[in-house]
Every structure is written in C-alpha cells, then in structure tokens.
Design a protein around this ligand. Sequence first.
Ligand code: ZN
Ligand code: ZN
Length: 131
Amino acid sequence: MVKRYSAQKMMIKDALMRLNHPTASEVYEYIRKSYPNISLGTVYRNLGLMAESGEILRISMGNSPDRFDVSTNDHLHVMCRECGQVFDADSHKLENMLKEIDEFLEESTGVHIEDRTMYFSGICSSCREKS
Ligand SMILES: [Zn+2]
Ligand SMILES: [Zn+2]
C-alpha cells in the first residue's frame, strides 16, 4: 500500500515536471497514457495530499480550476487568458513591496499576514502577435 502510494506520487511529480502548471485533469490525462488504470479520483486525492504537505503548490486562478506546480519556491504566476498558459515570475525583487502590502494590510485589518494568493492575468506576447 505504501509502495503503491509513492509510485503514484512519483508519476504525479513526473507529470507536473513535464506539463506547465497543469490542472488535475491534465495530470490525469498525461498519466493515463502510460497507466490507463489510474483514476481521476486517485490523481485528485494525491494532488491534494501533496499540496497539503507542501511538496507541491496548489495555484488558485480565479474561476478556472486549480493548477499545480512542482516548484514550491516563492514566485508569482501570470496566466494568459487567451491560450491559458501560465508563466512564472521570480518575486525576489518584489520582496520589499510585498512586505509593505503585508504591513499595510496588518495595519488596516489587524490580521498578521502569513500567506498570499495573488492572481494576475493578461495576454501573452505570442497571443498578442497573433491578433
Ligand atoms: Zn497566450
Ligand atoms: Zn510556477
């Protein structure tokens, strides 16, 4: 049982590394090509467990389904609303600005900020070229 669980996790990690910030069903479609017996429920459950334990990131993107990311370092996500591609941006340079936002929010609400969920979207350069 334990062995089977980790094999599934490895398949999921592999899928996450090959796909660009996939949704659960994209992970499922990818794994199913090599392992037709895997169920969507298994993929969902494992993604949820891995996100909870901090092994992977769950990214909430407005109204579209959650996406998952193997890189758990601090970075921001920008989605193209035309092609749906998700881009990574290093948030290192913004660290001071983000701290300022945290402080502002703490001052105005009294809540000590521990986590941020930010969602950016627009049109990527290749989609802009096409139109
Ligand atoms: Zn695009
Ligand atoms: Zn990312």
